[in-house]
Design a protein around this ligand. Sequence first.
Ligand SMILES: [Zn+2]
Ligand SMILES: [Zn+2]
Length: 322
Amino acid sequence: MKCSKCGREAVYHARYTGRYYCRKHFNEMVEKKFKETVKKYRLIAKGERIAVGVSGGKDSVVLMHLLAKLREKFPFELVAITIDEGIAGYRPPSVGIARRNAEKLGIEHRIYSFKNHIGFTLDETVEIMGSFEKGERVGACSYCGVWRRWLLNYAAKDVGADKLAVGHNLDDEVQMFMMNIMRGDIARLGRTGPYYEEIHPELVPRIKPLREIPEKEIVLYAILNGIEVDFSECPYAVEAFRAEIRDWINEMEERHPGTKYQILRSYDKLFPLIAKTYTKRTSELNRCKICGQPTTGEICKACSFRIQVEEKSKGHELHTPP
Ligand SMILES: [Zn+2]
Ligand SMILES: [Zn+2]
């Protein structure tokens, strides 16, 4: 097939619009969607310091490249943050990929590890908590998710960032929306939608400049532009429910192209209402007695998880190499 714009050989067919794209016009289309998302919701202001969370995976690495490109025309500061959860065999190569990409783009890169900032790697946590008696067991992903969120916020503050950019793409966003709808957890949808909300002075606002770009297009963008990314999956990832939702949405998209964008548009329309009703404000939030990050209780989830693991680790000899 030929590019709908210039007639050159097409490399991509966007079924949701019916258009074909050559390599050059595909790149233009992706970059335009990214720029328009930033512009439409004023995600970045001139001169701001933006931290970008880079795991080494396709989304975050492509996000860093697009931000670096945007910065050429629209000056702002950029610093890359990588969280090292301490997962043997999986993290070391992806941290290397994040570092090499940042180096190539001339972006300052900082690594924050679970080991240094929480006290345990994820592997150690699984080893310690794995012997949990019935009813106490919480999966590795629960610890990892809570700690990563906490440490990303800590890191963003530590580097003096005004905002934290994360690599959520269209598919992530639509899956998250549908998952929370199906669980009846509407409050969770009020946290970060199309634009950011200033919730608490200790919480660096999150922005998601890739939320209008399908996963497929991010993969192709990385390949076409020779960007080194990590395609491997976390060995602990077993989110069965999310996988079902993903397959179901992909099937609907296949049969009814444009479904994902329609779901996103619904979310965008609902977001202001949800945020207004459910988002907790500074006045309703406490500072964690241990770390100072915002929480609804006395001690935040990240600190209470850490205390749990510390308690359990007493008298436990670690087998995982440091
Ligand atoms: Zn073309
Ligand atoms: Zn805390």
